[in-house]
Every structure is written in structure tokens, then in C-alpha cells.
Design a binder for this molecule. Structure first.
Ligand code: ARG
Length: 594
């Protein structure tokens, strides 16, 4: 029988801990195949909680090579017999063609849950193999609309950042704002024309920066003299002329105020390093790439060719100027070399997939990133589908062309508030409680409706659906959490005291099912950020609340007044703690009463 040290055994989530045990067994069972990775998965079947599926694959590797085994079931049997003894495991059995099923020990499960209650949910945090990551998300464009695509990027990016932060990764939350480009010439000239004292104006004077953009574009298209001035303005801005820099800064500042209103509502924190930040570094980076022989002339432009893609990545335009790709190559260089990020994650709509594919492949050609995607440093593009209106077309509000995100969020809040008032909370709660609950529910609903879908599918924006208190919605989940809190409050016990004095037992099947699901939290978070799929965490949260309901509504599992009241209250508390952590990772504020 193989062994693992106790310390090794305690590292990581349940799945990872079992994988360690199976790994030790595999080394002993088939010593000639030391590179075989243990394949362990949760199975939830009647034979066990987890399953090791190595026997079949191993058999095909060793058969005909003089092995003592007579088929995969015998390999499975040996894997089972060589498993190091562990207090985690109650029993093990081999089924079918060689699946090794594991039933976890109830005592161990109960002890682990109790330990988490005492030491905190942070002890269940995953341990990814990176120290520093960049999440490049939200990233709207100055003077252009911040649209629902940016909203998706903001919501998805924030969740991924939160999961990594929970896992003790230092996350650089980057707002790669589109704050540079030739359009600024026209905007600056228009600003000079409309507001000779541009420095004194506030956001209110310009009103809507998008309308300002449109008006300046019209002027640009209609008046050749203006167009010429605008083109000169670009040159003067790029040359660093003071007045032009100040006008540019003013326009960026006004945009920033608008973006900030969205971030404030969503409680999303970002650090702006816009495209302009990388300008000074671009020539050096392009030079280095040129010296490596990667940059070639093509139709007057300078480009990088990428195997398998028929268009090249243009890094210097034919007029000598830089573009989106020059900036992204430079930003990637900066993140790798200056910020020492080991994982760089970009969150944009699926329309930019080819752009990032090309940037990453160019970086691999340059040797900045390793070939293949299994080692670090790594760059990942997290793409997502469209937000649709109920008509199945791209989402727009009533008669306006674009959806003002601030209005959208405010509507979510005011609808939630109306429901609270309708339910008579106006008499029961303080104004502040109403406001904060309406925000938690309204903004939470918008976030959850986005995150619960696989991000690659388009999703339909529908207030009635997302604010429904039944089904897989934030409202349902937030209420479920508040109900658990009220069970604990009504019990009149001091839950902090119970954590240390009482013991968790998982006597009933429904209690055990709930316990098992709670224990799987850590591996689900790990799966969610490893595959960059927040919906995995949403599914987990929804299932948790369903499994809890099954337990709580079972008359055999009565909580208050039963002779295992303490244990059941602790299970309620553990459920609430895990739910809250899920909300926290999804950027949703929990509520404690309804
Ligand atoms: N500003 C871009 C847009 O609105 C998104 C930028 C994404 N980040 C990046 N490094 N290219 O489409």
C-alpha cells in the first residue's frame, strides 16, 4: 500500500486531496507509467461520491506488455487495494469496467465543515499556481457610448478578479480605456469651437458626450477646413503641445465621470491604464520585434504574419501611425515584463477573438509566451456573446438608439424598490434599509442574469425574468439566504458559541447530501476560474439552495426543537456562509432579512 503524508493529504479541495491518494496508489500499482495523472471526478451516483477512472486508460497502455493484470477491472481492483489509508474515505469499490468508487467518511465530512465554520471560509480558498494576474476588463472608449457589451465585460471581469483575489492572487484590475486615436483631433477642435474657455466647463455643459461626438463628426464630414484643422490637431496632440494635451485630458475626464457612475452602482473597482499609457513604450517594443525579424513590410504597412491566419497583424499603419494592435502588443509586453503578471486575462465580446488570437500568437512567436496553453505565463481571452432585447435583436431601449447603462441600473433598482414597498416594507424598514436592499436585489439581479449563462451564448435582457423571486434568479437566491439567516435568528442561540461547542453530525441522507455539496465549494471555485466560466459557480449556488431546501423542508430534518438541533443549526450556518461567499465572488451583496 502506498502512503502520503498528512500534510500532503490536507492540501487543496476534496477532489485534489483524493487525487493525491490515487496518485500514490497509481505509482505503486503501475510503476512503469510514472506520468499517468489521476483522473478523479465527483460522481454523485449510488456507488459513491467520487470516482477514479484511470483503470481503462491504463489498461490500454500496459496490455500486451507482459502485465500481470487480466483486464481493466483487475487494474481497478489493484488501484483500490493500493490506496493509502485515509480518514477521508469510508469505503471503496470497483464497478463495471474498472471504475473505482469512493464513499467519503461522514465523520470526516462533518469535521471538515466544522473546521471551516471555526477557521473561516478562506481556508477553503483554491491555490492557483500564479502570484500575479492582470484582468483587463470593462475598458470602454472615451466619448463613445459605454454599451451593454462593456457592462458584460465589467460584470464578468469583476467576478473573475474576485475569484482570483479570494485565491490570494494579486490582481491588477485594468481598465484599458480607449483614450487615444485620430478621433481626438476632431473632438478637440470641436471643443475649442464650442467652448473657448474649455477648461472651466463641467460635464453638465457638454451634456452628453456621445452627442458631442456625433456633432463633431458631422462637422468633420461637412466642412473641409474643419477637417484639416482636426487633422492638424492630432499631430499637435501627438507632439505633446500643451493646449491640446489639456483639451484631450478634459474630454477624458468628462468620460471618466460617466463611467464612474456605472462602477459606483455596481461596486466594481478598476484601475485605469488607458491605451495612451502605453504610447511611450510602443516604438521600443516594435523595434525589438523588428530586430527579432518578426515585423515585415506589407502594402506600405509593417505587419507580423501569423501561421494559419490569412491576414497579418498590422503593428505600424501605412501612414506610420500606431493602432489598436500596436497598443495591445505593447500592453502585453508591459504586463509581462514590468508588472510581472503570470496570467493575463482579457474580457471582451467575441467579436475581438481574432484580434487576441493574433496578438497571443505573435507573442508566442516572439518568445514572450510559451507555446501551448498549459504553462505560465499565459494570456487568455474571455469572450462573451451579445445581449439581446426581447425581440431577439441587439439590445436597445424603447426609442433611443443606445441604452444608457446608468438608466438601466437605476431601473433595476427602482423596480426592486417598488416590490419592497408593495410588500409593506415601507412601514417596517428604515428608508436606508429599503434603499440598500433595493440596490442589492436590483444590481444583483442584473449581474446574476448575465453570469448564470455560459458567457459564450447570447443572453436576453428581461427585467421581469431577472427580478422574479422564483427560479434561478438572484432574487430567489438572496431570499433563500435571508430565510436561513432568519432560521438562525429565531433559534435564539448564539451561533458563534455553537460553532465551538457543538458538533456537526450528518446522520440523515439529506444532511449528508448538503454536507457533500458544501465541501465541493472549493473545487467548484477552482474550476470556475481555471476555465474562466462564472456560470459554473452560479450553478453551484443554485444547486446549494435547492439541496438546502430539500433538507429543510423534510419533516425528518426538523431543525428547531429536534434532538440534533445544534448540528442542524450549524449546517444552516455553513450553508449561509458558503452562499455569502458565492455572492461575494459574484459581486452580489447579500441581504439578511426579507
Ligand atoms: N476599448 C475596447 C472596446 O471597447 C476594449 C479593450 C479591451 N482590452 C484590450 N486590451 N484591447 O472594444
Amino acid at each position: 500500500m502506498a502512503t502520503v503524508t498528512e500534510e500532503e493529504e490536507c492540501m487543496g479541495n476534496v477532489k485534489a486531496q483524493l487525487a493525491k491518494l490515487f496518485e500514490a496508489s497509481l505509482r505503486v500499482t503501475i510503476p512503469n507509467e510514472p506520468d499517468v495523472e489521476p483522473l478523479v471526478a465527483a460522481c454523485g451516483g449510488k456507488f459513491g461520491d467520487y470516482q477514479c477512472n484511470n483503470a481503462m486508460g491504463l489498461w490500454s497502455k500496459i496490455k500486451g506488455k507482459g502485465t500481470q493484470f487480466r483486464g481493466p477491472p483487475a487494474v481497478g481492483e489493484a488501484i483500490k487495494n493500493n490506496l493509502p489509508s485515509s480518514e477521508m474515505i469510508e469505503s471503496c469499490s470497483v464497478a463495471g469496467p474498472g471504475f473505482v468508487n469512493v464513499v467519503l467518511s461522514k465523520n470526516w465530512m462533518a469535521k471538515s465543515i466544522q473546521k471551516m465554520l471555526i477557521e473561516g471560509i478562506d481556508t477553503w480558498a483554491p491555490m492557483p499556481p500564479v502570484k500575479t494576474a492582470v484582468v483587463d476588463f470593462s475598458s470602454p472608449n472615451v466619448a463613445k457610448e459605454m454599451h451593454v457589451g462593456h457592462l458584460r465585460s465589467t460584470i464578468i471581469g469583476d467576478t473573475l478578479a474576485r475569484m482570483l483575489e479570494f485565491s490570494k492572487v494579486e490582481v491588477l484590475r485594468r481598465n484599458h480605456v480607449g483614450d487615444w486615436g485620430t478621433q481626438f483631433g476632431m473632438l478637440i477642435e470641436f471643443l475649442f469651437e464650442k467652448f473657448p474657455n474649455f477648461e472651466d466647463i463641467t460635464e453638465a455643459a457638454i451634456g452628453d458626450l456621445q452627442a458631442f461626438y456625433k456633432a463633431s463628426k458631422q462637422r468633420f464630414d461637412a466642412d473641409p477646413a474643419f477637417k484639416q484643422r482636426a487633422q492638424q490637431a492630432v499631430v499637435r496632440l501627438q507632439g505633446g503641445e500643451d493646449k491640446y494635451r489639456r483639451a484631450w485630458a478634459k474630454i477624458c475626464e468628462i468620460s471618466r465621470t460617466e463611467f464612474h457612475k456605472v462602477y459606483q452602482r455596481l461596486a466594481v473597482h478598476l484601475e485605469e491604464k488607458g491605451e495612451s499609457f502605453y504610447n511611450p513604450y510602443i516604438p521600443g517594443v516594435i523595434d525589438a520585434l523588428t530586430k527579432q525579424g518578426l515585423v515585415e513590410e506589407s502594402q506600405g504597412a509593417r505587419v507580423i504574419f501569423i501561421e494559419g491566419i490569412n491576414i497579418p497583424l498590422i503593428v505600424v499603419k501605412s501612414d506610420g501611425g500606431f493602432n489598436y494592435a500596436s497598443t495591445d502588443m505593447t500592453a502585453l509586453w508591459y504586463r509581462l515584463n514590468e508588472e510581472k503578471a503570470e496570467w493575463i486575462i482579457y474580457v471582451t465580446d467575441v467579436g475581438q477573438q481574432q484580434h487576441f488570437d493574433m496578438v497571443f500568437k505573435a507573442a508566442k512567436r516572439a518568445g514572450w509566451l510559451p507555446q501551448g496553453d498549459s504553462s505560465y505565463p499565459k494570456a487568455s481571452h474571455v469572450s462573451f456573446g451579445l445581449v439581446l432585447g426581447e425581440d431577439g435583436k441587439r439590445f436597445r431601449t424603447r426609442n433611443t438608439e443606445v441604452v444608457r447603462l446608468v438608466d438601466l441600473l437605476d431601473e433595476a433598482k427602482s423596480r426592486s424598490k417598488a416590490v419592497l414597498i408593495e410588500r409593506g416594507k415601507g412601514e417596517e424598514w428604515t428608508e436606508e434599509e429599503i434603499e440598500s436592499t433595493a440596490e442589492a436585489v436590483g444590481y444583483g439581479a442584473v449581474k446574476y442574469a448575465d453570469l448564470k449563462n455560459n458567457r459564450l451564448t447570447n443572453y436576453t435582457f428581461n427585467f421581469d425574468q431577472m427580478l422574479n423571486d422564483k427560479g434561478n434568479t438572484a432574487v430567489y437566491l438572496l431570499y433563500a439566504h435571508a430565510r436561513i439567516c432568519s432560521i438562525i435568528r429565531k433559534s435564539g442561540t448564539d451561533i458563534e458559541e455553537l460553532k465551538n461547542k457543538g458538533t456537526v453530525v450528518l446522520g440523515h441522507k439529506d444532511e449528508r447530501d448538503l454536507g457533500l455539496h458544501l465541501l465541493q465549494f472549493a473545487e467548484v471555485v477552482e474550476e470556475a476560474f481555471t476555465n474562466l466560466l462564472p456560470n459554473v459557480l452560479c450553478d453551484y449556488l443554485y444547486n446549494l439552495s435547492e439541496i438546502f431546501s430539500k433538507f429543510y423542508s423534510n419533516p425528518e430534518c426538523k431543525v428547531i426543537g429536534s434532538d440534533v438541533e445544534t448540528s442542524r443549526l450549524l449546517l444552516c450556518e455553513a450553508t449561509a456562509v458558503v452562499m455569502r461567499k458565492c455572492f461575494n465572488l459574484l459581486g452580489i451583496t447579500p441581504i439578511y432579512k426579507i
